[in-house]
Ligand binder design. Structure first.
Ligand SMILES: Cc1cc2nc3c(=O)[nH]c(=O)nc-3n(C[C@H](O)[C@H](O)[C@H](O)COP(=O)(O)OP(=O)(O)OC[C@H]3O[C@@H](n4cnc5c(N)ncnc54)[C@H](O)[C@@H]3O)c2cc1C
Length: 327
């Protein structure tokens, strides 16, 4: 059967959202090609039967549980390679993120399999899975078909929607794997959160969102200072283009593959207003845009548009707000 295998990351008794999206997507697509979706989890005693079974609610019919350190790529590759060798999965699907990229790429090398990264859509075509990936600054879609026994699909982070159905329970099977000598060389020293990852942008009243027009990561301080001047329940958000460039954490991304927000004020600085961004912020109560291009699409759905250089406007706005608040 053309089954799909996914990897599910967990931390402190909860599964990672991005991985749950991969399970949901794997289950939907496997069904279309007459297969099932299975999941691999790797960890210690915190991976209880109950937790693993709960993946059934996202469409996994079977969960392979391996023992090993969680959050490191090589041990997971060892477990997945063994599961695939013994069960003949036709596809391995990952939700993206740094770990997904590393495991997917490592598995591709180990199994000599074709791999597509940054996938935003998967579809069934004549009983096989086909992966779609935006290229050339998202202006075109490249379509990947797989020829070998195994195809590896690595999504963009949060590209796959989480679909939780009934409380179906997945079968749990323990996998005994002797980890490769190199897989035990790295150890997890510490886990931490990215800057901004703890900010609740979905609950913020005022969002100052930065796009590629900021020019570089360091210039996000302009947005941060403005949000700080607003005070109260204010936060900084970002576009896909800048989180992909590593200028700001993924947790702050607004849009189709990010978060959906509806603050009282959405201030967009250096953001063009692509449809994929618009869908995540269009229900904001007031939209103010700063863009040096008077023809930028964002002005079509802004309540107030300021045409000019954000490098000059943002500091002036910050000063004006501080002055008004007397701080
Ligand atoms: C399947 C898919 C999913 C996607 N999901 C998302 C998503 O969830 N969220 C998202 O945001 N995007 C998403 N995208 C990407 C989206 O299509 C755009 O590429 C992205 O939103 C562009 O980001 P941007 O506005 O920061 O950059 P750009 O489009 O490059 O715009 C930068 C803007 O800054 C202006 N500018 C430059 N310098 C200055 C300056 N000094 N002062 C003022 N203005 C300046 C420019 O005029 C320009 O309008 C997705 C794309 C695809 C294909």
């Amino acid at each position: 059967m053309p089954d799909v295998l996914t990897y599910v990351l967990h931390y402190e008794g909860a599964f990672n959202k991005n991985s749950l999206g991969a399970v949901s997507e794997g289950a939907a697509r496997a069904q279309e090609i007459g297969g099932e979706c299975h999941a691999v989890v790797v960890g210690g005693d915190d991976l209880s039967d109950e937790l693993c079974q709960s993946l059934g609610g996202y469409g996994a019919t079977k969960v392979f549980r391996g023992k090993g350190p969680e959050g490191l790529a090589q041990p997971v590759i060892d477990v997945m390679a063994k599961v695939i060798d013994e069960n003949g999965h036709a596809y391995a699907l990952f939700g993206g993120g740094l770990l997904g990229f590393e495991i997917g790429a490592g598995l591709a090398a180990r199994k000599q399999a074709g791999v597509t990264m940054e996938v935003t859509a998967v579809r069934a075509d004549d009983g096989k899975l086909v992966a779609e990936r935006p290229i050339l600054q998202d202006s075109k879609i490249s379509v990947s078909h797989y020829r070998g026994d195994l195809g590896i699909i690595i999504g963009r982070i949060n590209a796959f929607e989480i679909r939780q159905s009934d409380g179906a329970s997945a079968e749990v099977a323990d996998v005994e794997v002797e980890l490769s000598p190199w897989s035990t060389k790295a150890t997890m020293v510490q886990r931490g959160e990215q800057r901004g990852a703890d900010v609740d942008i979905e609950g913020a009243d005022i969002l100052v969102a930065g796009g590629r027009g900021l020019g570089k990561a360091e210039n996000f301080s302009l947005a941060e200072e403005l949000a700080k001047a607003f005070g109260g329940n204010s936060a900084v958000a970002a576009t896909r283009a800048v989180v992909d460039a590593g200028w700001y954490p993924y947790a702050a991304q607004i849009g189709q593959t990010g978060k959906t927000v509806s603050p009282k004020l959405y201030l967009a600085a250096g953001i063009s207003g692509a449809i994929q961004h618009k869908v995540g912020m269009q229900s904001s109560e007031n939209i103010v845009a700063i863009n040096k291009d008077a023809n930028a699409p964002i002005f079509e759905f802004s309540d107030l548009g300021i045409v000019g250089d954000l490098n000059k406007i943002l500091p002036k706005l910050t000063e004006a707000i501080k002055a008004k608040k007397g701080s």
